[in-house]
Design a protein around this ligand. Structure first.
Ligand code: UDX
Length: 429
């Protein structure tokens, strides 16, 4: 099977590399010539565990190619995946201009039947629009099926999630593309749902919004636990062990960030509004997320009183562990607020330092996590990197001006930190 993937971002590149790994011939297309040149030299533009090896191995085996030519990809493939960005608009809606322009490009080069698959996260009814657009702009009589096949990859676990998915969703307008789509996913052992395109598109927004809702629920509980002198970790564990609820995505902390949840929530609220439904529940999810950051900053200012000229160490800059992605990172939002109040920052992240340097030029970047606390009035854990549980906190405490620790991800044991001499603050405990 020959497969084209248009767009080599997180989703497109990981999908292409994993499809090649199971034996398909994959052509990845991107309009960014520099990116394609790097990929042709076996250099992956993003940090994602396992991805570099997959790209190199499959490129060497001749199963994975990179090009800037959509024409080449369309002509040489039976199935074309669209994995281009769908960024947010100022009103919370979704900018579909990249999708539309790819649809027109595909139309310009079609020379026979193709299956066109939407992998990007898109509003409900986009597959219908893509089909209409391709038909309208095609020069020859057009014979296509447009399929919606949303991705559910977590950054930092994208290869693992693609190779071992919880489920595969295939949204179709007719039965014709079902056999080919099932064949593509046959090597990936997972339940497969075949439905209409609109339902498939809704599944993605519904799933991400529900996960964000779980996090906001835990964060709301954390506020109650603080007021009631209870432990949110115990409460969420006790809840989560009920199999109907589940323990995952119930970690209270600084709130959710990243390139998906904030954007997908706003989009789903907007889409619902356009469909005549006021999704107040999701508006509250956003509100709780914003409040959580405010409450955390208040905790810091309450303990340090004046932030001007205070030196604060920050462990973690990425929006979560296992990634170098800093887009909509709660940690960066926190850093900016602390800087605005006049604090000076010493920061560290295992993977995101290079990207963060560009957006936080005022901060001092420290290569060794163990040295971040030196001379600081407070140390903050802002990202849930497991590495931060292994910092030498006894030594860190000795080098601090005042030993105040704010654990924004509930990574550490409060009793142990207090026994090391820290004034220890966490979230909901
Ligand atoms: C998410 C979805 O999980 C994935 O299925 C979808 O395809 C893309 O969006 P991702 O953005 O990579 O993936 O991050 P995720 O692991 O879901 O975490 C999102 C944010 O929530 C992070 O900022 C993380 O720190 C936060 N989070 C997560 C919590 O605060 N508490 C939790 O319990 C879990």
């Amino acid at each position: 099977m020959n497969i084209a993937i248009i767009g080599t971002g997180y989703v497109g590149l990981v999908t292409g590399a994993c499809f090649a790994e199971v034996g398909y011939h994959v052509i990845c297309v991107d309009c960014d010539a520099r990116k394609i040149e790097h990929l042709q030299h076996g250099e992956s533009p993003i940090y994602e565990p396992g991805l570099d090896d997959l790209v190199k191995r499959n490129a060497q085996a001749g199963r994975l190619r990179f090009t800037t030519s959509t024409q080449e990809a369309v002509e040489q493939s039976e199935v074309i995946f669209i994995a281009v960005p769908t960024p947010p608009l100022p009103d919370g809606g979704v900018d579909l201009s990249y999708i539309e322009s790819v649809a027109r490009e595909i139309a310009a080069h079609l020379d026979g039947y193709r299956i066109v698959v939407d992998k990007s996260t898109v509003p409900v009814r986009t597959a219908e629009k893509v089909a209409e657009t391709i038909k309208r702009y095609g020069r020859n009589p057009i014979d296509i099926d447009v399929v919606s096949n949303p991705e559910f990859l977590r950054e930092g676990f994208a290869v693992e999630d693609l190779m071992k998915p919880d489920r595969i969703v295939i949204g179709v307008g007719s039965d014709r593309p079902v056999a080919a789509m099932k064949a593509i996913y046959a090597p990936f052992d997972a339940p497969l749902i075949v439905t209409d395109t609109n339902s498939a598109e809704l599944i993605k927004h519904a799933a991400n919004s529900f996960l964000a809702l779980k996090i906001s629920y835990a964060n709301a509980l954390s506020a109650i636990c603080e007021a009631a002198h209870a432990d949110v970790k115990a409460v969420t564990q006790g809840m989560g062990l009920d199999r109907r609820i589940g323990t995952q995505f119930l970690n209270a902390g600084l709130g959710f960030g990243g390139s998906c949840f904030p954007k997908d929530l706003s989009a789903f609220i907007k889409i619902s509004e356009q469909l005549g439904y006021d999704f107040r529940l999701l508006k509250e999810v956003q509100q709780i997320n914003a409040d959580q950051m405010r409450r955390f900053v208040k905790k810091i200012t309450h303990a340090l009183w004046v932030l001007k000229e205070k030196r604060i160490g920050v462990l973690g800059l990425a929006f979560k562990q296992n990634t170098d992605d800093i887009r909509t990172s709660p940690s960066l939002e926190l850093c900016r607020q602390l800087l605005r109040e006049g604090a000076t920052l010493r920061v560290h992240d295992p993977k995101a330092m290079e990207k963060a340097r560009v957006v936080l030029p005022e901060a001092t970047f420290v290569e060794d996590a163990n040295l971040v606390a030196e001379g600081c009035d407070a140390l903050v854990i802002a990202t849930e990197w497991p590495e931060f549980t292994r910092v030498d906190y006894a030594q860190a405490r000795r080098t601090m001006r005042t030993p105040i620790l704010f654990d924004g991800r509930n990574l550490l044991d409060p009793v142990e930190m207090k026994s090391l001499g820290f004034i220890y603050h966490s979230v909901g405990r």
